[in-house]
Design a protein around this ligand. Structure first.
Ligand code: ADP
Length: 833
């Protein structure tokens, strides 16, 4: 058949035997359903009827016979029963020319349309009288309908076989290959999910058409692209037979010139579109395509329906399996996430681990925010591409989101614990998220396509937020959001743990320092309860930590919480169980409350007060004798009549007051020498009785008339090791005090006695006395009893201080004893020489 020569019908006739019946014969053969062709011994076709011509894609015999052989050959391909290319040499016509009659099943496929027809080809040789072969006569019996039925049954059987595979991708890829070429010239499978109809696979045997397939749209939004043919067909939910598809119909789906060109190149001319339905739900489409108008018949629709029912079942099973696999993977992923996140106790490491978990598995970019001490901190982000990461960071730095607007996703997550899902980021949603047009441009450049924002939370408290973004790959769906939320909680707990650990560590260190610090430290929480009470605080207040902690701060240290937070400490009196303490308190705020540090300044404070008192006392002490001296001197100088006889007394006043002045100044000087270490004590053996007698004699000179000074005899007293001058100073001072503080008169009794290894001087008066609680304090520098207790008797508060200091420097001591209801007894003890 391939060796057809360019010969006209008349010429063929001319070479045929001169039969009257030839025209009749041709008429007869033209009516036969089977194709008939005749080849001469050269293999050229010398006759063919219309049926034979149609088999290889011609309208009729004359068109066939008029076509040049090369063109005829190019029109079709031949295949054997098994689908292998059929070699020309094995054509029954060829074999007949060698004298062998044979029969073959041959499939003719018309290249232009892809239409295939099957024939049983039988050829018989026609011999001359001499036995040589003159012609080969071939008869073609069209068995296309039977073959098609057979093939369809095979396709259906194979479709059922798909049920055994759970591999979703493999199942999808097999479907079009199963259908092409048995049922259609091209096929595609579509799957609808999350509002998008997506082409999963497509196939045609022609590489050119396959390339066209790749150029046409593979995705339609069920909402936005509702008016495109594919979405309409999906929504119809019923098998549709399109006997004549026009280019215009197809172009509705194309979005640009390139897609229009691809649609035109694919050139679908008829189609069957059948919904994939499983468990009552339509979830996709099977699209059978032919490049010839009117290729499909209604029985093809029934078959396609039968096929898709089986395919849908297989696909649904594969998808279910995939869903369960994904769920298992998700669980495994989350379990691993838990491990990874808890592997460290450093919260920045925890964030890094989170970044590694989500990028690239879940996102192209992940950004983190943390709330620290009530402030939001933008942390580092992770991107699959380092250069892109810089760009995102830069954008975030230059265009920070307004964190006060909880309508926005990030503050919404941070302050309202809300997660947000942006399945598909279009220009409109980008504009809504942008602060200004410049920000919008920057965001657009980042190419974010789908995004989610979830809070990071720990025990219901939001501690941060995570943004996940994809620039490619599938849109985020609810299931992804659930995974991200779960991660957010796991990460939140891990971060909180890490932070608590860091805090505990810092606290442990601080607590250790607090153990040793000399200042009292008291930590008061937001509720006003004492949370920490260090040992120094115990020491200062006498309250131990057990009693202080957990109680309201103001009950523990009254007035504590009134101390203002600031740089300067406040000094204030504090009443602790009736004991007044002066505390210098400073307060500082910290996230969980206020920390108070305090020092006991009671002593300093008292000293200060004493010093102040001293200044006014000393002025008084100096001015009083000066005034007396001045008065007396002026009187004497004026020499008024009558003054003469008082002159002696006046001069006596001057001398006595001058001496008092000198004593005061001596006292001050003594103190200064004591303190600067320039007061020297020279110890020698001296007679205590002699020393005491000297002091008594001197005192008697100025003794007020209402006082008597008794000096009883004593037993033998040993000599003492002391500085005689200093002993005189001490005893003189004590006797002076006894006089001074006996304003109502009475008896002053002085004596000396041996007391073991000491000699003891006693100076006893019946004066004002010293209250029990003050007996030690009167020896303090500047300390004077309350003026109410001393009835205004003047003094510097230095005398007893000097006495004690001097006695101690001579290895002795001075004490005061109670004298019953009235008066006091001062005792000076000095070592026996
Ligand atoms: P002053 O110069 O005030 O007398 P002192 O150091 O000698 O200073 O005494 C300290 C305080 O002790 C006095 O102010 C007084 O109140 C009290 N005092 C000292 N001696 C006596 C005493 N004999 N009787 C009562 N009070 C005394």
């Amino acid at each position: 058949m391939t060796e057809v020569v360019d010969s006209g019908v008349d010429e063929v006739r001319g070479r045929l035997p001169p039969l009257e019946s030839r025209a009749d014969l041709e008429a007869v053969l033209g009516q036969v359903a089977d194709g008939i062709s005749v080849q001469d011994r050269n293999g050229d076709i010398v006759y063919a009827n219309d049926a034979a011509a149609r088999l290889v894609g011609f309208e009729n015999a004359s068109e066939f016979l008029a076509t040049p052989v090369a063109e005829v050959v190019g029109r079709f391909e031949m295949f054997d029963d098994a689908g292998h290319p059929f070699p020309v040499e094995r054509l029954p016509g060829r074999l007949a020319l060698t004298g062998v009659a044979s029969e073959q099943v041959i499939c003719y496929r018309i290249r232009e349309t892809g239409v295939r027809r099957w024939s049983v080809v039988r050829a018989t040789p026609v011999a001359d009288d001499d036995g040589s072969i003159r012609f080969a006569v071939s008869a073609f019996q069209d068995i296309t309908p039977q073959k098609q039925t057979e093939e369809r049954l095979r396709v259906l059987a194979e479709a059922s076989n798909l049920l055994s595979s759970l591999d979703y991708h493999a199942t999808l890829e097999k479907i079009p290959k199963l259908v092409v070429p048995a049922l259609a010239e091209a096929c595609s499978v579509w799957y609808a999910e999350h509002g998008t109809l997506r082409r999963l696979s497509s196939y045609t045997e022609d590489p050119d058409k396959q390339a066209a397939f790749d150029g046409i749209p593979t995705e339609f939004s069920l909402d936005a692209d509702a008016d495109t043919l594919m979405v309409e067909l999906f929504k119809a939910g019923e098998p549709v037979l399109m006997e004549d598809v026009s280019a215009e119909m197809l172009r509705t789906a194309a979005r640009n010139d390139e897609e229009v060109a691809a649609v035109d190149r694919l050139a679908t001319r008829s189609a069957i579109v059948v919904p994939l339905v499983a468990r009552g739900r339509s979830f996709g489409l099977l699209n059978l395509i032919s490049f010839v108008p009117g290729h499909f018949r209604s029985e093809d629709v029934a078959l396609a329906k039968e096929l898709t029912d089986r395919v849908a079942l297989a696909l649904d099973r594969a998808l279910l399996f995939r869903a369960s696999e994904e769920a298992r993977e998700r669980l495994e992923y989350l379990a691993r996430a838990g491990q990874d996140l808890n592997a460290t106790l450093d919260y920045e490491d925890t964030l890094s681990a989170l970044g590694a978990l989500v990028v690239p598995r879940l996102a192209t970019w992940a950004g983190f925010y943390l709330v620290e001490n009530g402030e939001v901190r933008r942390m580092f982000g992770v991107h699959t591409d380092d250069a892109q990461r810089e760009l995102v960071e830069e954008t975030a730095r230059r265009h920070p989101f307004d964190l006060t607007n909880t309508e926005q996703p990030i503050p919404g997550a941070l302050f309202a614990g809300r997660s947000s899902l942006f399945e598909h980021i279009d220009d409109e949603s980008l504009a809504a998220a942008a602060n200004d047009p410049e920000h919008y441009d920057a965001l657009k450049r980042l190419g974010f396509r789908t995004a989610m924002v979830v809070p990071l939370q720990s025990s219901g408290r939001v501690i941060g937020a995570m943004t996940l973004v994809r620039t490619e790959g599938p849109n985020y769906i609810e299931a992804d959001l659930r995974v991200a939320e779960d991660l957010g909680t796991r990460a939140g707990v891990a971060i909180e743990n890490a932070r608590n650990f860091a805090r505990a560590k810092a606290r442990a260190r601080a607590a250790q320092a607090l153990e040793f610090i000399r200042d009292g430290v008291c930590l008061v929480d937001a509720e006003g309860l004492v949370r920490l009470w260090n040992p120094a605080a115990e020491g200062i207040t006498g309250l131990n930590a057990d009693r202080a902690t957990g109680r309201p701060a103001n009950d523990v240290v009254p007035g504590l919480v009134e101390v203002q937070v600031g740089d300067r400490p406040e000094t204030r009196p504090v009443d602790l169980d009736g004991r007044e303490l002066w505390l210098s308190i400073s307060a500082a705020e910290f996230p969980e409350g206020t920390v108070y540090a305090f020092r006991d300044v009671t002593d300093e404070r008292a000293l200060d007060r004493l010093k102040n008192d001293f200044v006014s006392t000393i002025s008084h002490e100096l001015r009083t004798p000066l005034a007396a001296i001045y008065g007396a001197a002026v009187t004497v100088r004026r020499g008024d009549p009558g003054v003469r006889e008082h002159e002696d007394a006046l001069l006596g006043v001057i001398a006595a007051e001058a001496e008092r002045l000198a004593r005061t100044i001596d006292a001050v000087l003594s103190v200064s020498r004591l303190e600067t270490g320039t007061l020297h004590v020279t110890i020698e053996s001296c007679d205590p009785v002699e020393l005491l007698d000297g002091v008594v004699a001197a005192a008697r000179v100025h003794l007020p008339s209402n006082l008597t000074l008794e000096r009883p005899e004593e037993a033998e007293v040993p000599r003492v090791a002391a500085d005689p001058d200093k002993v005189r100073q001490v005893l003189g001072n004590l006797v002076d005090n006894a006089v001074k503080y006996s304003p109502d008169g009475g008896v002053i009794r002085v004596g000396v006695e041996r007391a073991g290894r000491n000699v003891r001087f006693l100076i006893r008066d019946e004066g004002l006395g010293i209250p029990q609680g003050e007996r030690d304090r009167v020896f303090e520098k500047f300390y004077r009893l309350d003026p109410n207790l001393t009835r205004g008797v003047g003094g510097t508060g230095l005398g007893l201080y000097i006495c004690r200091e001097l006695a101690e420097r001579m290895d002795g001591r001075v004490t005061v004893e109670s004298n019953g209801a009235r008066g006091s007894t001062f005792v000076v003890e000095l070592p026996v020489a």
